[in-house]
Design a protein around this ligand. Structure first.
Ligand SMILES: [Zn+2]
Length: 589
C-alpha cells in the first residue's frame, strides 16, 4: 500500500516543487484562543496588484456561509519587511498593492470555533481545517501546484489529511504537504491533534480512519464492517479511483452527519454511535459519504466543478447527487449483509410514505428543490413542510423506481448500477467534465432505449404521486395503496408541556380557524386542556363538527371556532410477494 502511494507522489511532486507560486503556512500558537494563523508566501509575482479571496461556500454544503466573517487582520509585507497596502474590495476579497514585488507575504488570522463537518475549529483538544473557511486564493494561482506547511501546536502530535506529504524533510515542528491545485487544497480536510488513527485495506486501497473524541467504537469491528461497505460501493463501479482514502470522524455529543471529499470524508457522529441500531446508522453514513466519492465528486453536474467560490452554483440535479446516493446508502447495506431483503423493503416503504405524505411534495418538484437548496433546504422556516420536499428522500425514491424499471424492462440486463457506470466512464473518466440536466436525461433515454421525458415531466419536474404498483409489482412486491381519509386538526405542537403550535398544515382545519405557528392553545370548549386531552378531543370529532379554542398570541388572548375537516394522506404498503422471483433476486442481490 505504501508503494502505491509513493508512485503517485513521484509522478507529480517534482512539478509541484518547480511551479509552486503560493506556499501556505498554518499555525495555531494558542489553540484555546480559537485562532488559526495563516501566512501565504507569494513567489515569482509580476503583477502590480493581486486580489486574494476566500470562498463564500464550501462544496457539498449548498449554503452561502460567508466564511470571511471569521477572518481578521489581513496584511502583507514585501521581502524587506516593508508593509504593503491591503484594500478590502468585496465581502470576501482583499487587494494587495504589491507593486510588482517578485516575492511578498500575506498574513491573516481565522477565528475557528464552530465544530461542524464544513467549518474550521480549534481548541485545546484539536484543530480541524475545512479549507474553504481558512485558505485564501487568487484567480491567477488557483490552478497551480502549491505547498502547505502545517505547524501543529506542541500539544498536538498528529496531522491526518488526504493531502500528499512532501517527499523532502520539513523543518522541526512542521509537516509539509503538496497539492495540485486550490480545489484539491479545499477538498482535503485536515485533522490536527491527538486523534487515534487506524487503517484497513479494502478494494485494493488503503483506508485510514482518524478518530477524534472519546467514543465506544471497536476498531476490529469497524475495520471489518467499513471494508464491507467499501467493497460493495466499489463493486457498483468496478474500480476504485483512489490509492489512499481517509475518514475523519468527530465523535461528539450531537452528531451532524457527513461531508464528502475527493479522497476523504468527514463524519460527525454521536460518541455512542457504535452499538445496537445506532451502529447501523453509522455504517449507513459511511456508505453515504463513500458512495459520494463517485457520485458528486466524479460523476457530477457541470455546475459542480470547477467551482465558482464567489456565489451560489445552481443545479437542478442535487436529487441525483444526494437522492441516488441516499438510495445506494441503503442498497449497499443490503448488499454488504447488514440488512435483510425485508428490512430493505421496509426502509423503502418508510421513505415513500415520508415523501408522499409530506404536503410539500405536491408543491415543490424535486428539480426545483435541488435548484433552491441554497435558499430553502438549507434555510428552512416554520412553513417549509407545506412548500418544500427534500431532494434526498424524493431523489432516493426516484432512484429505487428507476432501478426497478431498468431491471424489469431489460429483464435483468440493465440496472441503475449500469447507468451509473456509464456516467462514470463517459463523463468522469473519458470527457473529464460534468453533465448538463439535458445530457443526464438524454443519457438515461439512450441507456434504456426509451424517451424518458414524460417520467421527468411528472416526477422530477412535476409533483405527481409515483404509481408504485406499476414499478414495483413486476419486481415481485405487493404494493397496496393505504391512503386514508381521516379527520385531522392540522396543527402540530412543540415538544414539552406547553401547547405551542410548531407547524400548521396548508388547507387544514387549524389554518381555516386562523391558528398560526407560535400560538399557544390554552383551553378547549371552556376548559383548560393538556396535549393528551386536545388530541383525544379532535380525534373523536366528526368532519363538520367544531371545537372552540382559546389561544394566546404575543400575550393577547383570543378565541376561535375550529371546524374539523378530513385529510387524505397518501400511504403505501410494500411487501415481498415472492422472495425467489428472478427480478427481485437480481434487484436485491
Ligand atoms: Zn450526501
Amino acid at each position: 500500500m505504501r508503494s502505491f502511494f509513493l508512485l503517485f507522489l513521484l509522478f507529480w511532486l517534482p512539478f509541484a516543487m518547480q511551479a509552486s507560486k503560493l506556499t501556505y503556512h498554518l499555525s495555531m500558537p494558542q489553540p484555546n484562543s480559537h485562532y488559526f494563523a495563516v501566512k501565504i508566501d507569494v513567489q515569482e509575482n509580476t503583477a502590480a496588484v493581486q486580489e486574494f479571496k476566500l470562498p463564500v461556500w464550501t462544496p457539498g454544503s449548498y449554503l452561502v456561509r460567508e466564511f470571511s466573517k471569521n477572518l481578521n487582520q489581513v496584511r502583507a509585507i514585501d521581502a524587506q519587511g516593508k508593509e504593503l497596502t491591503v484594500k478590502k474590495k468585496a465581502k470576501n476579497a482583499w487587494e494587495v498593492l504589491c507593486n510588482g514585488a517578485a516575492t511578498y507575504t500575506v498574513f491573516y488570522e481565522v477565528y475557528a470555533f464552530e465544530l461542524s463537518v464544513r467549518t474550521p475549529f480549534l481548541d485545546n483538544t484539536h484543530g480541524f481545517v475545512a479549507g474553504a473557511g481558512v485558505f485564501m486564493y487568487t484567480e491567477e494561482t488557483r490552478n497551480q501546484l502549491g505547498v502547505l506547511k502545517i505547524y501543529p501546536h506542541a500539544s498536538f502530535k498528529k496531522v491526518s489529511t488526504a493531502l500528499a506529504p512532501a517527499d523532502y524533510k520539513s523543518e522541526p515542528g512542521c509537516q509539509t504537504f503538496v497539492f495540485k491545485d486550490y480545489d484539491q487544497l479545499v477538498d482535503s480536510p485536515i485533522e490536527i491533534g491527538n486523534q487515534q488513527e487506524f487503517s484497513f485495506m479494502a478494494a485494493g486501497v488503503r483506508h485510514r480512519v482518524a478518530m477524534y473524541g472519546e467514543a465506544n467504537y471497536n476498531i476490529a469491528e469497524l475495520q471489518r464492517d467499513m471494508a464491507k461497505v467499501v467493497e460493495s460501493a466499489t463493486a457498483v463501479f468496478g474500480s476504485n479511483p483512489n490509492q489512499d482514502y481517509l475518514f475523519i470522524v468527530h465523535n461528539v455529543t450531537d452528531g451532524q452527519g457527513g461531508l464528502e471529499h475527493l479522497n476523504s470524508c468527514v463524519l460527525s457522529v454521536s460518541r455512542w454511535s457504535y452499538t445496537g441500531s445506532n451502529y447501523l446508522g453509522f455504517i449507513n453514513l459511511v456508505a453515504h459519504e463513500y458512495f459520494h466519492l463517485w457520485n458528486v465528486k466524479r460523476i457530477r453536474p457541470i455546475e459542480l466543478g470547477p467551482f465558482n467560490y464567489d456565489q451560489e452554483c445552481y443545479t437542478s440535479l442535487l436529487w441525483v447527487m444526494e437522492g441516488i446516493t441516499s438510495y445506494y446508502d441503503e442498497l449497499l447495506l443490503l448488499r454488504a449483509g447488514f440488512y435483510t431483503k425485508t428490512e430493505f423493503i421496509s426502509k423503502l416503504q418508510s421513505q415513500i410514505n415520508y415523501v408522499e405524505g409530506s404536503p410539500g411534495s405536491r408543491v415543490q418538484p424535486v428539480a426545483h428543490a435541488s435548484f433552491d437548496a441554497w435558499i430553502k433546504a438549507y434555510r428552512p422556516n416554520e412553513n417549509s413542510s407545506n412548500t418544500t420536499m427534500t431532494y434526498y428522500s424524493r431523489g432516493a425514491v426516484i432512484g429505487a423506481v428507476l432501478d426497478a424499471y431498468l431491471i424489469q424492462r431489460s429483464k435483468g440486463k440493465q440496472s441503475l448500477d449500469g447507468f451509473m457506470q456509464l456516467l462514470y466512464q463517459k463523463y468522469a473518466l473519458d470527457l473529464k467534465r460534468g453533465f448538463s440536466e439535458t445530457e443526464f436525461e438524454q443519457e438515461l433515454a439512450n441507456y434504456c432505449g426509451e424517451d424518458m421525458h414524460a417520467f421527468f415531466k411528472q416526477y422530477v419536474n412535476g409533483t405527481a404521486i409515483i404509481p408504485y404498483q406499476q414499478y414495483f409489482e413486476p419486481m415481485g412486491l405487493k404494493v397496496t395503496d393505504q391512503t386514508s381519509t381521516l379527520t385531522n386538526f392540522g396543527a402540530a405542537l412543540e415538544p414539552g408541556e406547553v401547547l405551542k403550535v410548531r407547524t400548521v398544515r396548508s388547507g387544514s382545519a387549524a389554518e381555516d380557524a386562523g391558528i398560526s405557528v407560535g400560538d399557544e392553545i390554552l383551553a378547549c370548549d371552556g376548559f383548560r386542556i393538556d396535549k393528551a386531552g386536545l388530541e383525544n378531543k379532535y380525534n373523536n370529532l366528526q368532519p363538520g363538527v367544531s371545537m372552540e379554542l382559546l389561544l394566546s398570541r404575543d400575550g393577547k388572548l383570543f378565541s376561535t371556532k375550529c371546524v374539523m375537516k378530513t385529510y387524505a394522506k397518501p400511504q403505501f404498503s410494500l411487501q415481498i410477494k415472492d422472495a425467489n422471483a428472478p427480478l427481485l433476486t437480481y434487484w436485491l442481490r
